[in-house]
Design a protein. Structure first.
Length: 756
């Protein structure tokens, strides 16, 4: 269940909580806390359990602070059997996860109509998710050690960085709490033509240790995952890339002094993925495949955090995190890059013979030097690249109580990022360093239990912007009764002219490679976001909850990738330029209804929205070209105007069950049409996708052979009715960006979890 609200904590350590970055969340039942004089009575098990927030040992309901927040807790993660971060957040209303490429399956989170580049992804409240990690990273984070996911939509808090335009996704790892070992294995089979006989497999373990005195603890974790490539439409090219993930790490938590907390955290994720030509084509060198995208990523992240209270009026916390990401890649294949002719240094006489054995109908056209995709300048290194990315972020935050009703929060943040990107033969070499220093001041005023006002500002100095930028923000909560809260939040922000995740992905379109370059005069993009809505709890014990959210984001000097800037002298490479292009706005309404009855928990959410530019934008094509014809639109591409989620869970401690559905409405999707055999461009169109409704079901059974041992078996089907795109582009010259709807076909799964 996703619960909503925020907090208004009286303890000074909750400065971060005042900024709506929660430090720890537990249910009242698990915490065993009593009720305070200003808190509602403790609910029965038939009501919605309050989510509580604590920075030390003082839990409080989330319903007391002005900024609206949602929490995806351990109960929801377990019920939906979500193996990765991308799978878990799909069940939050207003969030969508989409795949943007048939070949490599690069994915992103969209929040209330805005792309992932408008969302700050944090870990323990610190930004460790870099520009490069954003390309594939949301599918590289296992959920086994995640305690909860906190979602803040819109703004209101000065602690969030300037780029948190759409909101924040904060991943909170699990602290060691017991002496326990957990082993978990899950296997699944996706529907379609698989390029391997073994099923998909995830195997992982978590070891926790806490000594008797309980003043420190350590948690070790590791997971190995493998996903077989799947060709859904049988054309010999993948829709689901083959993947291998190895991830693990260590988390150490201690209380070296009274009212203090020290966290040391290190994690490493290594992922390899390969898509394009299926079958034998997945195992040959990528430059010998007809079509191939091969990406090997290694990401190391280390974090140190310290929090401390100094009496009843002052608190302090500081932290630093560093994330180093390295990626080796190949984008291309023979269809895009040709092959070295006889007599040239890179010529391999066996390549065409091996290709002809795999693809007899296509190989002759590609092998012919006069063919449209033969490139005499080709070398074996063309298409290979290397990208290195380092992100360091540090912050120091303090809070001071002033009188009985004010709490003043203040602090500073520093973000440093370097990117080195080299793509052989594609004319792209990025070497950039970015620094941003931000200071912020915020006052939270609570004159009585009905009102809470949070107002402040932050000042940011970015290395790519000439002058510092001031970003005022504020939020208001009004509670006319204990069961009803109204919230209003206003925030300003900006995105600096940096290299973002979408700029580091190379698309293989119609046998040519598409790269993105930054315009020389690229300026910052500015935003103003407003959210307003109620949160109403009603019924016996507050078992029902209804909340809504009106939202509006105005953008100025919008970043826009112009496909019409291609250089005709490089036919094998499509150059697109990212520049500023006018204004845009995103607005709409979100509604959620949830209830608990005994062991049953249900929720349904729906979003109606519009995402539009101020004027027509060129989405695909070239002005004046009759074949590569231009397609214009004011609507954001790949952004449905209507979508929602619904789910019902049952859990009595022995049996558990889950039934959920995800609704996706029509969206505009640009489509580059090419001849399937020769790759000749035919025309460009703006297609409208159909409605989709994907259903997941699951069933679990738990046994407790001894007091310390728990064994849980689970079975289920994701995308039960195999709701999947039915007009996929086919062949080596397809447009791989023409994808929409659910990310995976029907996938039955089995799981086993042992705790002792």
């Amino acid at each position: 269940m996703i619960q909503r609200g925020c907090h208004n904590a009286p303890r000074p350590i909750l400065c971060r909580a005042a900024c709506c970055l929660v430090l720890a969340v537990r249910t009242a039942a698990a915490d065993g806390s009593g009720t305070g004089p200003d808190q509602p009575p403790r609910p029965s098990r038939d009501s919605l359990p309050p989510v509580v927030v604590t920075g030390s040992d003082s839990p409080l309901p989330l319903v007391d602070a002005p900024v609206r927040m949602e929490v995806i807790g351990a109960e929801s993660i377990t019920a939906t059997r979500s193996p990765r971060l991308a799978d878990a957040v799909e069940w939050a209303t207003g969030l969508r996860v989409e795949s943007n490429c048939q070949n490599c399956n690069t994915s992103e989170i969209r929040m209330l109509g805005l792309q992932q580049r408008y969302v700050s992804i944090l870990t323990d409240g610190l930004q460790s998710f870099s520009s490069l990690a954003g390309v594939y990273g949301i599918e590289q984070i296992p959920m086994a050690t995640i305690d909860r996911i906190e979602i803040v939509k819109g703004g209101g808090s000065t602690l969030h960085g300037p780029g948190a335009v759409a909101g924040v996704v904060n991943i909170v790892p699990r602290d060691p709490r017991l002496r326990r070992f957990t082993f978990e294995a899950n296997t699944a089979v996706m529907e379609g033509h698989r390029s391997g006989s073994a099923p998909n497999l995830d195997v992982g373990g978590v070891w926790e240790f806490v000594p008797e005195r309980g003043d420190w603890g350590v948690l070790l974790h590791g997971v190995h995952g493998s996903t077989q490539a799947v060709d859904v439409d049988g054309d010999g090219f993948t829709e689901v890339a083959r993947r291998r993930l190895d991830a693990g790490g260590l988390r150490f938590v201690a209380r070296p002094f009274p009212e203090s907390r020290l966290v040391l955290d290190y994690s490493r994720a290594s992922e390899g993925r390969r898509g394009g030509e299926a079958g034998e084509g997945l195992d040959v060198p990528p430059n010998e495949a007809l079509l191939a995208e091969a990406i090997d990523t290694v990401r190391d992240t280390g974090t140190v955090q310290f929090r401390s209270e100094a009496g009843e009026s002052t608190a302090f916390q500081a932290g630093v995190t560093a994330s180093a990401t390295g990626r080796d890649s190949h984008y291309g294949g023979i269809a895009a890059l040709g092959h070295a002719p006889p007599g040239s240094p890179g010529h391999d006489p066996g390549v065409m013979a091996r290709l002809a054995a795999r693809r007899p109908g296509i190989a002759p056209a590609v092998a012919d030097p006069a063919g449209p995709f033969f490139n005499p300048a080709w070398t074996p290194g063309l298409g290979f690249g290397r990208t290195d990315n380092l992100l360091v972020m540090s912050e120091a935050v303090a809070s001071t109580r002033i009188g009985d009703s004010h709490r003043l929060g203040y602090g500073a943040q520093w973000r440093h990022e370097t990117i080195e990107d080299r793509q052989e033969g594609l004319g792209r070499a990025v070497g950039a360093t970015y620094d941003n220093v931000g200071v912020f001041l915020q006052d939270e005023w609570s004159p009585d239990e009905r009102w809470s006002l949070m107002a402040g500002t932050r000042l940011d100095r970015h290395s790519e912007i000439a002058n510092p930028i001031l970003s005022p923000r504020g939020a208001l909560r009004y509670s006319p009764s204990k069961s009803l809260d109204w919230r209003l939040a206003v925030s300003t922000g900006f995105r600096a002219p940096e290299v973002f995740d979408e700029d580091l992905h190379i698309a293989n379109v119609g046998g040519a490679l598409e790269v993105v370059r930054l315009a020389q005069d690229l300026a910052q993009e500015s935003s103003v976001t407003v959210t307003f809505g109620p949160d109403w709890r009603f019924g016996e014990g507050g078992r029902w909850r209804l909340d809504g959210n009106l939202f509006h984001t105005g953008l100025r000097d919008v970043f826009f990738i112009d496909p019409g800037s291609d250089d005709p002298a490089t036919p094998d490479v499509i150059e697109s330029t990212k520049g500023n292009r006018g204004a845009a706005q995103v607005f709409g309404l979100e509604l959620n209804l949830g209830a608990r009855f005994g062991d049953f928990l249900g929720q349904i959410g729906y979003v109606e929205q519009r995402s539009r530019y101020g004027e027509d934008q060129l989405l695909i094509g070239t002005v004046g070209d009759p074949v590569d014809n231009p397609v214009f639109s004011r609507d954001f591409e790949r952004t449905p105007e209507r979508y929602g989620v619904g789910r019902i869970t049952y859990d009595d401690g022995r049996w558990s069950a889950f039934l959920g559905g995800k609704l996706t409405g029509p969206m505009a999707v640009p489509h580059n049409l090419n001849d399937a055999q020769t790759g000749q461009r035919l025309r460009n169109v703006l297609s409208e996708s159909p409605w989709f409704f994907a259903v997941d079901i699951g069933l679990g059974r738990t046994w407790t052979p001894t007091g310390r041992m728990r064994l849980t078996a689970s079975v289920g089907v994701r995308n039960l009715f195999n709701t999947f795109q039915d007009d996929l582009d086919a062949g080596p010259f397809r447009d791989p960006a023409y994808v929409y709807g659910p990310r995976f076909p029907r996938t039955p799964y089995l799981g086993l979890k042992l705790e002792f």
